[in-house]
Design a protein around this ligand. Sequence first.
Ligand SMILES: Nc1ncnc2c1ncn2[C@@H]1O[C@H](COP(=O)(O)OP(=O)(O)OP(=O)(O)O)[C@@H](O)[C@H]1O
Ligand SMILES: [Mg+2]
Length: 363
Amino acid sequence: MLGLRLDGVSKSYGKAEVVCGVDLDVSQGEFVVILGPSGCGKSTLLRMIAGLEDVSAGQIEIAGQIVTHLPPRRRECAMVFQNYALYPHLTVRDNIGYPLHVAGVAKSEIKARVIEVARIVSLGDYLDRKPSQLSGGQRQRVAMGRAIVRKPKLFLFDEPLSNLDAKLRVQMRAEIRQLQERLGVTSVFVTHDQVEAMTLADRIVVMNAGRIEQVGPPTEVYRRPASRYVASFVGAQPMSFLDGFLSSDGGGLEIPGAGSIPLGFTAPPDERGRPVVVGLRAEAVRVAGPETGTLRGTVVFTEELGPHAIHHVQVGAVEVLAQGVSGTLLHDANVLLSVEAPVHLFEPKTGRRVEFDPALAAA
Ligand SMILES: Nc1ncnc2c1ncn2[C@@H]1O[C@H](COP(=O)(O)OP(=O)(O)OP(=O)(O)O)[C@@H](O)[C@H]1O
Ligand SMILES: [Mg+2]
């Protein structure tokens, strides 16, 4: 049985289609992260799953039950919002117990459940406080407690960490994932933060303008982005894109005016000369000597990050990022860059990934 199935789910506001035929199967207990920029339809999709928004077309199934036209309270899912949506006049105890209260559960059972849940989210000592007397992380835990108290079949998270400072975000991220694993509840987590997506997800769903662009485990989305769009969205540093074409011997890429990049394999003869866009990640690019350096550029500035430095290198009209050794500041220096295979190749017109490597193309 699947934890969640979306089948052609669409949403239109007037003439504007903001979610366009989304198909997605989520396994029982799986943690899926929907990643995409502001306005791509993430919240709309989540709200349709929760039943807070009608679908314009398609079908939604939660834990084997078709829920497309059921009211939210009958879908057995719990949603955690960015602003926590806690009741300010209620104590932690009453906030956590609220969904049980609404469902008409007996007082004695509510009391017992709230104490159990408060222990799970480490709020046992805060039950009589109001939300205003809590830290951001504690408020987030109250929201989590309220979500788990009804033992839902599905957790829905809409950017629940974006109001927290960086350190707390990392901590709460780990707490959410541990809690989810312990409870084994299928989860859909929406974010526009790619680090959050990479660290939390069993699978990442990358959305672009209402459509799914790629679905896969974080490492796969990172290592084999299906499009230039995905490539530009995933990764700690932005990917650099250079225009080029496959060399006549099939072993590399010619970058006009800047040099070449080795492919690491030989492209088939009929592809040679074909124009492509090359995507380079900073960790694959190094400032190198004349033996290995194949691409000419000028260092514009260097960013010191601690464990390493990132050189911003002007290559033709494009700024290429190159990972360097911490403490090496280069400025206005003409350099050669070496590029480690495999590189990412994209179709110039469509932005789709192209795979010339027979081994990878077959995979
Ligand atoms: N009630 C509405 N009426 C008309 N358009 C809407 C409505 N709600 C959302 N939209 C539009 O639908 C699109 C998707 O919105 P949505 O809130 O799902 O985006 P999002 O991916 O969650 O963005 P963010 O990261 O900013 O939260 C946006 O262009 C938005 O303007
Ligand atoms: Mg949103």
